[in-house]
Design a protein around this ligand. Structure first.
Ligand SMILES: C=C(O[C@@H]1C=C(C(=O)O)C=C[C@H]1O)C(=O)O
Ligand SMILES: [Mg+2]
Length: 460
């Protein structure tokens, strides 16, 4: 199936070459075809051989996933990153030849904005995720229900050898389409390390005191869990475990030669599709019960628990304010419902809106991030506390991650329930919303449950 399309691609490459010569500027090429079934994890695993760059994204609510491998282009920014990323994307698309008949496979950039632009990473483990960056993959496999599509992206300039490029594309696509997922056993964990729980709980107490004596109402504090493995961790195997165990979650991976940021997050930040907006308020947590009866009891208590409702309400109020500023209509229910996950349950309030015509997804992400679910309330005071006292380097943890397309439609989630993996080392992240009635031991236990999805996917 893929082979029959080769002649067609050669034609597009030639056209791109003429355009590059005429415009004195490189031309971005994006060609999509529907293809036969391929093994998605096989495609991802084999994709490491292209140039080391890979992305994986599967939706929490729809049967839709994207796997990108190889680099056609990257958008990178350190500060004022929203404007900068938008500009780089528009410039790339200015000279583009797009051959695509399906709304789902428009050219896309996949990546993330950093959690806090004002912080420079102190932890070298984040060195491949400095600031904000988005990959425009060389090959994107798009899956929706039983349909598979392959998009080939590349840049053609006046010096590109079309013969070499065409041969490369042909070899790569054949290799990717034929690959089968090889599930090696995961490497064993040799060491575990975390900050002294007493110190972390002391910080929670300090935050509670600050909340009681100042204008800040909520501060989200995170901690990390470090794991050492015997051998290199195979990201594809971890993805496989996450996909099997974590329903109602966005399963994601951003991977370069040296490190990977991977996870399964339940928290949608925003989805925009033709000006229809979906966002979500997710805050307030309890464990799952062992039996249906116990589970329902815990859920019911969570729905009526003052501390958790208070923690949740800051998120609702802030998201309402942010989205109403860019929308014509908006719908938010009065009270939260339960959002059940394998290891825990949350309070959840969905948000629906119609975006004003001048705005796209990046504008909404910029307005929303960081919500009080990951920073606190009011935002600046809470961020100041985090910057001053939290010991870890958040990097992309808690950041907006996802994708956007040529029309600034797309979807972003909040990068929680995640880990940064460097060869034989993994750093897992978990945080919790501290409010005036927080109990430091309970918050500590809550973060412990939040480590579970990643920890079990890593064999811990
Ligand atoms: C910060 C995290 O989760 C956030 C905090 C929650 C809480 O404190 O109740 C719930 C969901 C998320 O908004 C995390 O999982 O790391
Ligand atoms: Mg909480």
């Amino acid at each position: 199936m893929i082979e029959t399309k080769e002649k067609h691609i050669d034609g597009v490459l030639k056209a791109a070459r003429s355009q590059a010569t005429r415009m004195h500027a490189p031309t971005f090429v994006s060609v999509t075809n529907e293809i036969d079934t391929v093994d998605p994890l096989g495609f991802f695993q084999a994709g490491k051989n292209i140039d080391g760059n890979r992305v994986f994204w599967s939706s929490a609510t729809e049967n839709k996933s994207f796997i990108g491998v190889g680099k056609a282009y990257t958008l990178k920014a350190k500060e004022t990153s929203y404007a900068s990323v938008r500009k780089q994307w528009e410039e790339l698309l200015e000279h583009a030849i797009i051959d695509n008949a399906y709304p789902l496979t428009t050219p896309k950039a996949f990546g993330g904005f950093t959690f806090d632009e004002k912080m420079t990473s102190t932890n070298t483990d984040w060195k491949e995720f400095q600031g904000s960056q988005f990959l425009v993959p060389a090959y994107v496999l798009t899956m929706e229900d039983d349909h598979f599509y392959l998009t080939i992206n590349c840049i053609v300039d006046t010096t590109t050898s079309l013969e070499i490029l065409s041969k490369q594309i042909s070899e790569d696509t054949k290799m990717l389409a034929r690959a089968n997922f090889i599930q090696e056993p995961l490497s064993t964990i040799e060491n575990r390390y975390e900050e002294d729980p007493k110190d972390w709980m002391e910080l929670v107490k300090q935050a509670t005191r600050t909340i009681k004596t100042s204008t800040v109402d909520k501060i989200v504090l995170a901690r990390e869990l470090l794991l050492d493995f015997k051998n290199t961790v195979d990201i594809t195997v971890v993805l496989h475990h996450l996909l099997q165990a974590q329903s109602n979650s966005y399963v994601f991976a951003f991977d370069s030669m040296e490190s990977s940021f991977i996870g399964a997050t339940p928290e949608r930040l925003v989805r925009v599709e033709n000006q229809s907006v979906l966002s979500a308020c997710l805050a307030g947590t309890a464990k799952r019960g062992q039996t249906d009866f116990e589970d329902a009891l815990i859920g019911d208590r969570l729905l009526h628990d003052d501390k958790n409702l208070h923690e949740h309400q800051f998120v609702v109020d802030m998201i309402r304010e942010a989205i109403s500023a860019v929308s014509t209509t908006m719908e938010i229910p009065d009270r939260p419902v339960l959002y059940p996950l394998k290891n825990l349950q949350h309070l959840y309030t969905p948000v629906k809106a119609e975006l004003k015509s001048s705005y796209g997804i990046l504008d909404v992400v910029e307005k929303l991030h960081p919500t009080p679910a990951l920073a606190g309330y009011p935002r600046e005071e809470a961020m100041q506390f985090i910057r001053s006292y939290e010991s870890l380097d958040r990097g992309w943890y808690g950041a907006p991650i996802g994708w956007f397309d040529q029309d600034f439609n797309g979807e972003f989630a909040v990068a929680i329930r995640s880990a940064l993996i460097n060869d034989t080392k993994a750093t897992l992240f978990a945080g919790c919303g501290v409010v005036k009635d927080s109990n430091s031991l309970k918050e500590y236990e809550e973060t412990n449950i939040k480590f579970t999805p990643m920890l079990s996917a890593l064999g811990g």
